[in-house]
Ligand binder design. Sequence first.
Ligand code: NAD
Length: 356
Amino acid sequence: MTSTRAFVFPGIRSRVVFGAGTLSQLGAEMERLGRKRALLLATPQQRSDIDALADRLGSATAGVFAGAVMHTPVDVTRAAVVAYEQSGADCVIALGGGSSIGLGKAIALRTGADQIAIPTTYAGSEMTDILGETSGGEKSTRRDPAILPETVIYDVDLSLTLPKDMTVSSGLNAIAHAAEALYAPDRNPILSLMAADAIGAFANALPAVIANPTDESARADALYGAWLCGATLGGASMALHHKLCHTLGGSFDTPHAQTHAILLPHTIGFNAAVAADLLAPVSLALGGATPGKALHRFAVQLGAPTRLKDLGLTEPDLDQAAAIAVKNPYSNPRPFSQADIRALLQDAWAGTEPPL
Ligand code: NAD
């Protein structure tokens, strides 16, 4: 690995409680924050889980808002802030994937509420101070220390029910954070170690989870990988891969985890032309091929989605996406033109194996 000889390590600020059955520590964690009554957040799909949690917390439940949706629409946040204020809560507890956790962050940003995040996917939002919100069909992203959840409880048991297809896409979504952290200009040795270990954990865990979704040990390894990947997303700047996913999600409303899963081999393969040494942990963890090829083969082995055309995108959409993607400049290890992005998107649309 190319060493980072000069770096800043800003530390990792969230408190993390990890293990099987750790949900039992929720009351103690609320107490530790000095909080007494929580508004509980979830998506409509996880309504029964959040209701069960409300029962479990008893009088510490100030209310339940089960209206979280993907990409954190501002009108949903407005309704949730009203629910927070009317409930008399002094903190929020978000149970679920990035959609629930995003809503918790959006409430915290507006009210100063403390947050406890209980992730049940591998998206990693719980470890970042990043919030993406949509309004009028546009997605904008901001970073603010107030956005970062104070406490994160990873309970392996809650990940056992994550459906197979979401498990695979969400796992690849997580690996994307680690892969881009490996070549980030603001990377540091701790994040690089975390990224490499995370990719290794997923490389072993995902095939085992797909073979047996209730394999506790494999689920624990996958969730451990998700924690590390989330920390790398929170600690390093993301580049071409995340920007392209943002473009497709924001402008074409493609599903978050699946978009990451499909683009990952192509974006990492593109950057491997200039960052092969930094990306070596990807190849090492996934069987030795070049990083893009290794990711592609891993995705195929897992039965992950591999074609943008299956998300309903058309070839004219790719022209438009390539134009949007080069509008605002950002740092990326390999310089690129609109034509480069268009060619990359074509490969991702057709699902062909990337050259590197
Ligand atoms: P999600 O939160 O939308 O979850 C997908 C579906 O799976 C939902 O219906 C959810 O209820 C269900 N689900 C989640 N866990 C489950 C479980 N264990 N069992 C059964 N069903 C379960 O999807 P996601 O990919 O986790 O999050 C996507 C959102 O998160 C997007 O809005 C994205 O922008 C955001 N995100 C933000 C960051 C950040 O740092 N700001 C990072 C990653 C993702």
